[in-house]
Ligand binder design. Structure first.
Ligand code: BTN
Length: 323
């Protein structure tokens, strides 16, 4: 761990307490002068650190900046979020995560950025990712599951995002099949899962999550203003992105472990409880055909079941949905 990270971890472990320069130098294995230099660096990064003679240092406030040190401090997971690549500006976190995964990045690695200039959405659409307002991140996972089960990981991720939103904000969140997170009738989050596999073996998945957190109305371009929203707009409060990511990582780790042990059933129930889609009349456009009917549930594998006018039940693996 870098010295800055060790210092932040010490502040986090003992909140509100002054920690002496001597103690910090022992924890970090460096000189007191080095500790002082790193505290100065933290201040330049936007941390407010109080220094009192004979008492030591105390952290007053931390910036809501997406740095590896902030996200890993006090995280407490085994894998998810323990390795973080944080950037100021990238084209998209997805290819960076693919590169990292191909070079052996461990499961749970996060690639995130304050801003994406070419954010990618599903079906080749762009994903608007303005600076500092949202969570634009890609998570690398390496599940030992057969290829046909990989779409379940997207449903699992949607459940985890929905639960984190519910816990952190109390907002009434819904999942629109397969993986759009809605508040009311506006989209707050999208998920893009990309797969790297050989024959029937999954090498890794890159799960891209785009969540509008602190955006205000003017942050949305005209074409998105009517259909998109943010946690801040809906709750009337600024939300700590660092805290949100940490809580998401904890929830994801727990849910993912449960999924690997017990299978899809618990996720299916929770997904259905959050569902915006089940019970509604939908029009689905798949690559080959258009289908109209009522969404009646997920099957045991996570495939959407749609009943048409004639009472015939269709299995839908992938489609663009309209309501
Ligand atoms: C959707 O179309 O709803 C999916 C949007 C996914 C956006 C996220 S933001 C982080 C990651 N990087 C990207 O370029 N896209 C995903």
């Amino acid at each position: 761990m870098k010295i800055k990270q060790v210092i932040l971890q010490a502040f986090h472990d003992q909140p509100d307490r002054f920690i002496s320069g001597e103690e910090l130098s022992q924890t970090c294995g460096c000189s007191r002068t080095a500790v002082w230099k790193h505290i100065e660096e933290l201040r330049r990064d936007g941390y407010e650190v109080e220094a009192v003679r004979k008492l030591g240092y105390r952290l007053l406030t931390a910036p809501d900046r997406l740095s590896a040190a902030e996200i890993t401090a006090g995280l407490g997971t085994k894998k998810i979020g323990q390795h973080v690549y944080a950037y100021d500006e990238v084209v998209s976190t997805q290819p960076l995560a693919h590169d990292a995964a191909a070079k052996g990045a461990v499961e749970g690695t996060l690639v995130l950025a304050e801003q994406q200039t070419g954010g990618k959405g599903r079906l080749g659409r762009p994903w608007h990712s303005p600076k500092g307002t949202g969570i634009w991140m890609s998570l690398i996972v390496r599940p030992s599951i057969p290829l046909p089960k990989t779409p379940q990981m997207t449903l699992l991720t949607a459940v985890c995002v929905a639960r984190t939103i519910r816990e952190e904000t109390g907002l009434p969140v819904k999942i629109k099949w397969p993986n759009d997170i809605f508040i009311g009738d506006k989209k707050v989050c999208g998920i893009l899962t990309e797969l790297n596999a050989e024959s029937d073996r999954v090498n890794y998945l890159v799960i891209g999550i785009g969540l509008n957190v602190n955006s205000v109305e003017s942050d949305f371009p005209e074409e998105l203003a009517q259909v998109g929203t943010s946690l801040r707009i809906e709750s009337g409060q600024a939300i700590s992105r660092v805290r949100f990511i940490q809580q998401f990582c904890r929830i994801f780790e727990e849910t993912y472990e449960q999924f690997l042990l017990e299978g899809f059933q618990p996720i299916k129930s929770e997904w259905e409880a959050y569902s915006y889609t089940i019970g509604r009349l939908v029009t689905l456009q798949t690559i080959s055909k258009k289908l109209e009917g009522r969404a009646i549930g997920l099957d045991e594998e996570g495939v959407l079941l749609v009943e048409d006018e004639a009472g015939l039940v269709h299995k839908v693996y992938s489609a663009d949905v309209n309501y």
